[in-house]
Design a protein around this ligand. Structure first.
Ligand code: NAG
Length: 901
């Protein structure tokens, strides 16, 4: 949760929901952003010296010179497996080493073979598959060509700039400089000891990249903004700087909790991605030719035509320049290319996809018990209870409040004996209190982040005076992971999981509510270098702790701060939103953007964290949240209780239906997460991802696709009785309303909606496996049978997949799973295993429902090895909109076919 009214000098408590913008910098107030945004050159002063060229199998390296300052840089261009180019620029003989993020990449990118196809003093062209890159010398520029189309140009606008560290040794320190050449390490030490208190000087980096032909740019999470990135010229750039922004506002490029510096430039013809691998504060200006006349000259410059174009200007405070160009050609390709670099989310446990109930705070152990009991009494499913900071003894993490939670073991056992789980919060700030074991260990063993003078940094957070663990130090991670052991964190069991909040890090009395940039981390890195990566380093420690603690369970962690690569360890949520229609409305866009940034496991707090939602908003929020990967309700300590069983029968019933719909689709979510791990495809997808050729979908962000089979349209407008929904795919595409099975063709439709209505469609051509028996929690559904929903396309065919395993362990990595291919064609439904694997299960097929079935079906027969051939009952329902096949009864482990007659 966000810092609230703790330091009245900084925060004026207000009743209306509004961010205090004065707490956060504008580009103008950020000196490097102002400097580099203002850097303009008629002609870029940067030139390559292509006579100084080294070519290897996978890369070429050459020299770059700023002709105005005569400073020298090294440029390398390499090919990365999977249609990716990487360009790195660093200083030659820089005064200080520059930082390159340590945790974002999922290992070293795999090199691919690169061939020089053309070369002169003025340029050099290399080729890799159907991708080409041309380095131009005067001025420096790099063109990227896919399949003979120019798709991206680096430094076409001449905004490339690389600030040399300017604080050079004075004459009397020349000796030191000589020493550096012989032994850079010793020099660093020596120089640092002389210069500790001196600022290093400007070290910003910036570059522009233009995408000829692109119509939209997407990505760059996290912002509370619409899915397509807006033109920022004349306004604030998008900012990436992990911050605890109290009452963030929507439709804003302001920085919030997370930073994933990847963007995608898209047109119906081509999609190309750009990953700016940098963990420092970053600002990005976007210019889209559709918004501006100023772009036209620039577009002409690039492509010689008046075609559309998008351009981005990346500005970071420090670090080396490390860029990946993801060559596409379709959104699916570019997103998978990004996943190949930063990794995927490992398959989460099944229960994590169910409904989570959170509040700041459940007051005591009886409160926890009674909330769950009430869910049971009111017949609403819930899987996970959450405890916010008040469960601790005085905000000392890894402890329990002795009065409110005197018997955590018993509470946890009571909870988990009903199949439920617990998640407790663990933040990275540590209370500075004598006698607190963690603080004493940290002081004794030097685990904390330092001030620039080498003393331990102290900030203010929930516990009061706090220090911050330095996860950049391997010994700290070693220590930290051990804290999650059952004998250390008493009261926890295999069924207790972790919420890492406040890890931007949030520091109530720090600049912009975070850690000062001149704090020092292990390896001598300044906080400014690593800031956006700190939360990731925190969750890696937690992940290791959970794996060691419970080696047979897949960890579950929720984080607020995040960076590129966080998906490998943790789920995230959109932080402290508000009980406001605008915050519901932005939730799909925010999570879709995260999913494009590799982080599919995303949700927004149902009901809104701040404020009290009215009943209509609360119900609409539950209905919309059915279709986001992480489904949690959460509320601020000052809000009225809003557990869904507290309301009228009508409201309870609508929430119950929404929750049951979620639980019915858990097999779909689970299968999609499995496929995400194996393919890198996002679990939720904006429409343009599946329909890249359709111009109509470019700006749609109140609809989302769950995999490729479900389209959900949120209702974030109060008091509506009709909504408009765009169904992509054109007139040959068939979409089925999941409630009344009514078929719609692609196009825009106005649909009447009552408060009961959840607007969602199955796409024709898909088979969706559901579990429709209502239960109290997902663990009770494990052996329940499936209903297969067959949504036929206009060729009367459909297909789908289903993943089944033990829901919890790593055994699926040892081939203990079933992965089914379901197919419907020629009036026959078949099921076969995709992989040669096995998992013994009691799950079976209870029912098949076929949408837009063939007419005149009188009977069906099932054939399988153990059942032989069996006659099945069939019946048309809903005015012949669907055909139901009853009780096939076959275990899903067994291949089968069902033929209609
Ligand atoms: C656990 O459940 C038992 C039996 O219902 C109850 O008596 C006890 O108070 C519960 N303990 C806690 C800590 O919730």
């Amino acid at each position: 949760m966000a810092f609230l009214r703790v330091i009245p000098i900084l925060y004026v408590a207000s009743c209306s929901l509004a961010v205090v913008k004065e707490n956060f910098k504008t580009c103008e107030q950020s000196s490097f952003c102002r400097r580099l945004r203002g850097f303009k050159a008629e002609v870029s002063p940067y030139q390559l010296d292509l006579t100084d060229l080294l070519v290897t199998d996978n890369a070429l390296e050459t020299k770059l010179i700023n002709t105005e300052t005569n400073s020298h840089f090294k440029v390398s261009l390499s090919a990365v497996h999977g249609d990716i180019f990487r360009i790195q620029v660093d200083e030659v003989m820089g005064l200080y080493p520059r930082y390159n993020p340590q945790y974002a990449l999922n290992g070293e990118p795999q090199p691919a073979k690169l061939r020089v196809v053309d070369k002169s003093k003025e340029h050099i062209t290399v080729q890799y598959s159907d991708n080409k890159a041309t380095l131009h010398a005067k001025p420096f520029k790099v063109e990227f060509v896919k399949d003979d189309n120019l798709v991206a140009v680096l430094n076409s606008r001449g905004l490339f700039h690389f600030e040399h560290y300017r604080t050079r040794p004075t004459e009397s320190e020349n000796e030191v400089e000589h020493q550096k050449i012989e032994d850079p390490g010793a020099w660093e030490e020596n120089f640092k000891s002389h210069h500790d208190s001196k600022p290093k000087g400007p070290s910003g980096i910036a570059v522009d990249i233009t995408f000829p032909g692109a119509m939209r740019a997407y990505g760059l999470p996290e912002h509370a903004d619409k899915l397509p990135l807006r033109t920022t010229n004349g306004g604030e750039p998008y900012r990436l700087y992990n911050l605890d922004v109290f009452e963030y506002e929507v439709d804003s490029p302001m920085a919030i909790y997370g930073a994933v510096p990847v963007l995608y430039a898209h047109s119906p013809k081509h999609t190309v991605g750009f990953f700016w691998h940098n963990a420092a504060e970053t600002w990005i200006d976007i210019t889209n030719s559709k918004d501006e006349n100023v772009m036209s000259s620039l577009v002409n410059l690039v492509s010689g035509s008046k075609e559309s174009s998008v351009s981005a200007h990346f500005i970071s405070e420090s670090g080396i320049m490390d860029m990946f160009v993801l060559m596409g050609p379709k959104p699916r390709d570019a997103v998978k290319q990004y996943a190949s670099l930063t990794g995927v989310a490992p398959l989460p446990q099944y229960f994590t996809l169910a409904y989570h109930q959170c509040r700041w705070n459940y007051n005591d152990q009886d409160d926890v018990t009674s909330v769950v009991a009430n869910f049971d009494i009111h017949d609403m499913p819930v899987d996970i209870m959450w405890l916010d900071i008040e469960y601790t003894d005085g905000k000392k993490y890894f402890t329990w409040d002795p009065v409110k939670f005197p018997n955590p073991d018993e509470m946890v056992n009571n909870l988990t004996s009903t199949g439920r789980k617990l998640v407790v919060i663990i933040d990275p700030h540590i209370k500075r209190e004598a006698g607190y074991f963690l603080h004493e260990d940290a002081v004794a063993n030097d685990y904390y982040v330092k001030n620039k003078d080498g003393t331990v940094y102290e900030g203010w957070c929930w516990p009061g005076s706090s220090s911050y663990l330095d996860f950049y130090d391997p010994k700290v991670v070693d220590y930290y992971k051990g804290l999650y052991a059952f004998d250390k964190f008493k009261g926890t069991t295999d069924d207790v999981y972790i919420w890492n909040d406040m890890n931007e890090p949030s520091v109530f009395n720090g600049p912009e509510i975070t850690m000062p940039k001149d704090c020092i981390h292990h390896g001598n890195w300044e906080h400014r270098d690593i800031h956006n990566e700190y939360a990731l380093s925190h969750t890696i420690g937690t992940f290791k702790g959970l794996v060691e603690r419970s080696p047979t369970r897949r960890p579950f962690i929720l984080t607020r701060g995040h960076f590129a690569g966080s998906q490998r360890y943790t789920a995230m949520w959109t932080g402290d939103n508000a009980a406001d229609w605008s915050h519901l409305a932005i939730s799909y866009a925010m999570c879709a953007s995260e999913a494009l940034g590799g982080i599919s496991f995303c949700g927004a707090d149902i009901g809104g964290f701040f404020g009290n939602p009215d009943m209509e908003l609360l119900q609409r929020w539950y209905q919309a949240a059915v279709w986001l990967p992480f489904m949690r309700a959460h509320a601020h300590i000052d809000t009225r209780r809003r557990e869904p069983y507290l309301f009228s029968e009508d409201v309870k019933n609508r929430v119950r239906i929404a929750l049951r719909l979620r639980y019915a689709h858990l097999p779909l979510w689970y299968t999609l997460f499995y496929e995400h791990e194996t393919t890198g495809e996002p679990v939720i997808r904006p429409l343009f991802y599946e329909f890249p050729e359709e111009a109509e979908v470019l700006d749609i962000d109140n609809e989302i696709l769950v995999g490729n089979a479900v389209l959900a349209r949120m209702i974030a407008e109060p008091g509506v009785s009709t909504i408009s929904v765009y169904l992509p795919g054109g007139p040959t595409e068939q979409w089925y309303d999941i409630e009344d099975f009514k078929m719609y063709q692609g196009g825009t439709h106005n649909i009447p909606v009552s408060l009961d209505k959840i607007v969602a469609f199955y796409r024709g051509g898909n088979i969706i496996a559901r579990k429709d028996r209502p239960r109290r929690s997902s663990s009770l559904m494990h052996n329940d049978p499936f209903t297969l929903y067959v949504a036929l396309d206009n060729k009367q065919t459909a297909s789908g997949t289903l993943f089944v395993d033990d829901h919890a362990s790593f055994e699926y990595r040892a081939k203990k799973y079933l992965y089914l291919h379901l197919e419907y064609a020629d009036n026959t439904l078949t099921s076969n295993l995709i992989d040669k694997t096995d998992y013994p299960t009691k799950e079976w097929v209870e029912r098949v429902v076929i949408f837009k079935p063939p007419p005149g079906v009188k009977a069906a027969t099932l054939t399988s090895k153990t059942l032989g051939t069996v006659d099945l009952e069939v019946a048309y329902t809903r005015e012949h909109k669907a055909l139901v096949i009853r009780k096939p009864g076959v275990n899903i482990r067994e291949p089968f076919s069902i033929k209609l007659y």
